[in-house]
Ligand binder design. Structure first.
Ligand code: ARG
Length: 464
């Protein structure tokens, strides 16, 4: 059957070949097959329940749809660009299998509400998968955080050594980010969980349909309240892509850190062989390719978001064929995000942390200067601004002497501030510095362990 037979009543000629090519979406929207069939089963159940079609026809339709589902799943489904999209393919195949009764399935429905429903269902299923992939990544990060809760590393601002922190604390920062990503997913899911089915072409229908029934059967909370909005809304895909862009950005930042940390200049971590490649010319090289690709692919999610947003922004109510362009960006973003999440979980699980190197580096750059200033405030009752000034002079002195703050003698310190005592040395070591940061959310191993325990119970409660 050609597409013409489905909508061709008023068309004299078949489409030009180039028209067929620009019009066809089957090559990508075949990914919606399961949702399309589910939607049609729900729709036909409702048509039967409302006596809009006979039970006999409805049952034939449903058996036929199940057969098609099995055919597609077994890889035995031929596609034809003349049939445009997955919706027409399923209907055309249904007609081949059950004959004329197939024509009754589309009663009180349009491809406009059909595609809006299918795509929502697909995005909703994807959200559920991604949530568990994010859960997996959070667990990988938590395991590293637990193993390295006491490992001191330099904390950076401006990529300049700032204050010592712990690697566990650093891992937990990403656990927070991915936690927000999951909550964004949950928000988007609950907002999108309304059924457009029954909006029909745009205006609703004169048939006595039961939209509550189809909504419920498809796991939606309720039907959409405005049929015009029902067929033309793609906010759910945009919200999803906005989540994907932000989540990819988080992955990319972590990837960038892995690239930096695994360089010969840092050597804070080593990526496992399974997530690295060698160089064809430089035998010494081990490149963090997986991390670089995660970083590189992040641009695609943002691109997908922009492309869908731009596609939508000029569209008058309601459906426009432009909207067929909504799917590829979403599919591309999902495929890449899933790859990146899996690669990142693997990298984090396998990474070797060079704790000694990190700790040795964490004193460089006078990272305990703040501890020194705080000591002056606490012990000598100096105003913080004065303490900042005194510490600055001590840093300058250490720089001149080419040594660390802890290597300055008491006599040298007295040349700047004579009230300083031996006690000062207790705060200058990086371990002491880290241990003292006990404020809520701080880097002290005590606080880090509390947060790990909190996160573990949060994740267990979510039941993934
Ligand atoms: N393939 C189309 C899409 O993805 C299905 C909806 C077609 N509707 C229409 N009125 N031509 O948007």
């Amino acid at each position: 059957m050609s597409a013409n037979e489905l909508w061709g009543g008023r068309f004299a000629k078949g489409p030009a070949e180039i028209m067929e090519r620009i019009n066809a979406s089957i090559d990508f929207d075949r990914r919606l097959y399961a949702q399309d069939i589910m939607g049609s089963i729900a729709h036909s159940s409702m048509l039967m329940a409302q006596n809009i079609i006979s039970k006999a026809d409805g049952e034939k339709i449903q058996e036929g749809l199940q057969t098609i589902l099995r055919e597609i799943e077994a890889g035995n489904f031929k596609t034809d660009p003349a049939l445009e999209d997955i919706h027409m393919h399923v209907e055309a195949r249904l007609r081949e299998i059950i004959g004329d009764a197939a024509g009754r399935l589309h009663t009180a429905r349009s491809r406009n509400d059909q595609v809006a429903t299918d795509f929502r269902l697909w995005v909703r299923d994807t959200i559920d998968h991604l949530d568990s992939e994010l859960d997996d990544l959070q667990k990988a990060l938590l395991d590293q955080a637990a193993a390295e809760a006491d490992t001191v590393m330099p904390g950076f601002t401006h990529l300049q050594a700032a204050q010592p922190v712990t690697f566990g604390h650093h891992m937990l920062a990403y656990v927070e980010m991915f936690g927000r990503d999951r909550s964004r997913l949950a928000d988007a899911r609950s907002r999108m969980n309304e059924s457009p089915l029954g909006s029909a072409a745009l205006a609703g229908t004169s048939f006595p349909i039961d939209r509550e029934m189809t909504a419920k059967e498809l796991g939606f909370d309720r039907p959409t309240a405005n049929s015009l909005d029902g067929v033309s809304d793609r906010d759910f895909a945009l919200e999803f892509l906005s989540f994907a862009s932000i989540c990819s950005m988080h992955l990319s930042r972590l990837a960038e850190e892995i690239v930096i940390w695994s360089s010969a200049q840092f050597r804070f971590v080593e990526c496992s062989d399974s997530f690295s490649t060698g160089s064809s010319i430089m035998p010494q090289k081990k490149n963090p390719d997986a991390a670089e690709l995660v970083r590189g692919k992040a641009g695609r999610s943002a691109g997908a978001f922009t492309s869908l947003l731009m596609m939508m922004k000029g569209l008058p109510m309601t459906y426009g064929k432009d909207m067929q362009e909504d799917k590829e960006p979403v599919f591309d973003a999902v495929d890449n995000l899933q790859l990146c999440l899996a690669a990142m979980s693997g990298m984090i699980r396998d990474i070797t942390v060079n704790g000694d190197i990190m700790t040795a580096a964490s004193g460089a750059g006078f990272t305990t200067a703040t501890d020194l200033a705080d000591w002056l405030v606490r012990e000598l009752d100096m105003p913080f601004r004065d303490a900042h000034h005194v510490t600055g002079s001590l840093v300058k002195l250490a720089e001149t002497e080419n040594c660390g703050l802890e290597d300055l003698t008491l006599a040298q310190m007295h040349s700047v501030e004579e009230r300083i005592t031996e006690e000062i040395y207790s705060v200058l070591g990086v371990e002491n510095s880290v241990a003292s940061r006990v404020s809520y959310g701080g880097t002290s191993p005590v606080r880090v362990r509390e947060q790990i325990a909190l996160w573990r119970s949060k994740l267990a409660d979510k039941g993934n």
